[in-house]
Design a binder for this molecule. Structure first.
Ligand code: AMP
Ligand code: MG
Length: 349
């Protein structure tokens, strides 16, 4: 791949219109623009331009069969992209957009096959971030935008993460500060008979149940060794360079088990990282201890999760011992990401 000259621009209220118009110009001419959303940073290209979308796969090293999400800035943009918008789906769009809910529709023929990985469905969402919304609006096309990281690595929650992974591979990186939620959108399949969550994310199962009581979860995204319905879920993902073990169970048992491992591993001369929480960070006496957030408010854990994984890599840690959290609310998305980051290496204590 040829090296591209990457421009980095910090956005504030004084330059937002002017700079995003320039960003839109890059999109319209088939280039790549990384931009913040409320979940993680996205790597955007014109979603209707096959050649531009191909560049996303190249820049990320993303497997070709992993479909992309199209990002829109208003509901009307969805119509030409899908076969139909059922009533129930329309009310979900009204309720949750803009926001971290990706909806899967039956696709129309307008969409290049490269977007959908050859599936007869398409994933669409409207992000809740003024920079993202304006960039899409000015571009006048839906933006294909997966997370702006190298495939397999922890997702980017700051412009610095994007620069680490994609400098020299994209035309523009828009710095809009840290992303607010920190884990990706919920992927909800509304294209079949049963509404199905294919990836847990910013909008929780508990919230969705209030609006679609018959919503189910694709359980293979939780169980080991089964192939999920969403192609992306089958790949190693979000992974730090270090090995990783996640400990799941009651907090006191987790602390005891991690301390046992610390004793064993330090005898082997391993450089150990401990992903702890505010409530537990003083319970370990060896290794690099980083608090990822508070168990009292799991959204703080989601917010810091990917940055914490990247921090361990910067410190050249050999093995990360990570505390699990209760798998409810946003905890489900956190455990899904931890499970994948650790390649399923979870110890039930
Ligand atoms: P990312 O773009 O990195 O946030 O990943 C997008 C996720 O949505 C991946 O897990 C994809 O496999 C999933 N996805 C995108 N389009 C579809 C689709 N049409 N059917 C099922 N899953 C999809
Ligand atoms: Mg991703």
């Amino acid at each position: 791949m040829d090296k591209i000259q990457t421009k980095i621009i910090k956005i504030d209220e004084n330059n937002i219109v002017e700079e995003l118009k320039k960003g839109a110009k890059i999109i319209k001419s088939g280039g790549l623009v990384a931009f913040p959303t409320e979940t993680v940073y996205g790597l955007g290209a014109n979603g209707l331009d096959e050649k531009a979308v191909k560049k996303i796969f190249e820049a990320k090293g993303r497997p070709q069969d992993n479909p992309l999400i199209l990002h829109v800035s208003n509901k009307e943009q969805v119509l030409p992209l899908v076969e139909a918008i059922p009533k129930q789906v329309e009310s979900l769009m009204d309720k949750f957009w803009p926001g971290p809910l990706t909806i899967i529709f039956k696709r129309s023929n307008l969409i290049p096959d490269i977007i959908t990985g050859g599936l007869d469905t398409v994933a669409i969402r409207m992000p809740n971030n003024p920079i993202a919304l304006k960039l899409i609006e000015y571009s006048q096309v839906p933006l294909a935008a997966p997370s702006a990281n190298t495939s397999g690595k922890p997702s980017p929650t700051s412009a610095t993460h994007v620069i680490e992974d994609l400098y020299g591979k994209v035309n523009l990186i828009i710095d809009g500060g840290n992303t607010g939620i920190g884990v990706e959108s919920t992927v909800l399949d509304m294209s079949g008979n049963i509404p199905m969550i294919l990836r847990p994310g910013g909008i929780t199962l508990e919230i969705l149940k209030k609006y679609i009581p018959n919503v189910q979860e694709d359980l293979s995204i939780i169980k080991e060794g089964e192939t999920p319905l969403s192609p992306g879920q089958k790949y190693r993902h979000y992974a730090p360079r270090a090995d990783m073990i996640v400990f799941n169970g009651e907090v006191e048992d987790i602390i005891r088990a991690i301390n046992d491992y610390i004793r064993k591993l330090s005898q082997d001369g391993k450089k150990i990282g401990i992903m702890a929480t505010e409530e537990t960070k003083n319970k370990y006496n060896n290794g690099l201890i980083i608090s990822v957030g508070s168990r009292q408010d799991k959204s703080t854990i989601a917010y810091n999760l990917f940055n914490t994984l990247r921090l361990f890599d910067k410190e050249n840690i050999d093995i990360i011992l990570a505390e699990g959290v209760e798998s409810s609310g946003i905890g489900k998305a956190i455990m899904n990401r931890l499970n994948k980051a650790a390649s399923g290496n979870i110890i039930q204590v």
